[in-house]
Design a protein around this ligand. Sequence first.
Ligand code: NI
Length: 176
Amino acid sequence: MAVRRIIRMGHPTLRQVSRSLTTQEIASDEVADLVEDMIETLHDYGGVGLAAPQVNVPIRLAVIEIDGGPSRYGELPQMPLEVFINPLIHVLDPQTAGFWEGCLSVPGLRGYVERPQHVRVDYTTLQNESRSIELNGFLATVFQHEFDHLDGKLYIDRITDMAKLSFDAELARFGE
Ligand code: NI
């Protein structure tokens, strides 16, 4: 296992559409090693999610883990670590809400992004099982942010008011 380097905005891989994994690939040692490294990397850098393109592997895979409890985003439900392969998002309610998002590939910045708050995610697990989950509120935002990486999109692309892009420290100092 190893912590991998997270690539940053400007690296072309972050702007690429990643490819899907086949059933054989999902069962491979390479993908198992990648997932182990991504989990270690997520824990080392800190954060709620990491998509494979962020460690310069352009495949449709992301890991997400949310510690429940109070946070800057309010009280969060716990989301145990899970690996999401070839995920598809279906918006169940187009009504949006905004959060100040950050990204390990865009360090030091936060931006206000509005996204739908009720979605369903269909995905494949590392054990090659098909699953479906429904997400509301901040969790819906987290999943959309992570899966945007698989399509070469960053949260900054979705900021509608660029006055709401701030350095972390200034946001903490001056507020929203
Ligand atoms: Ni990100």
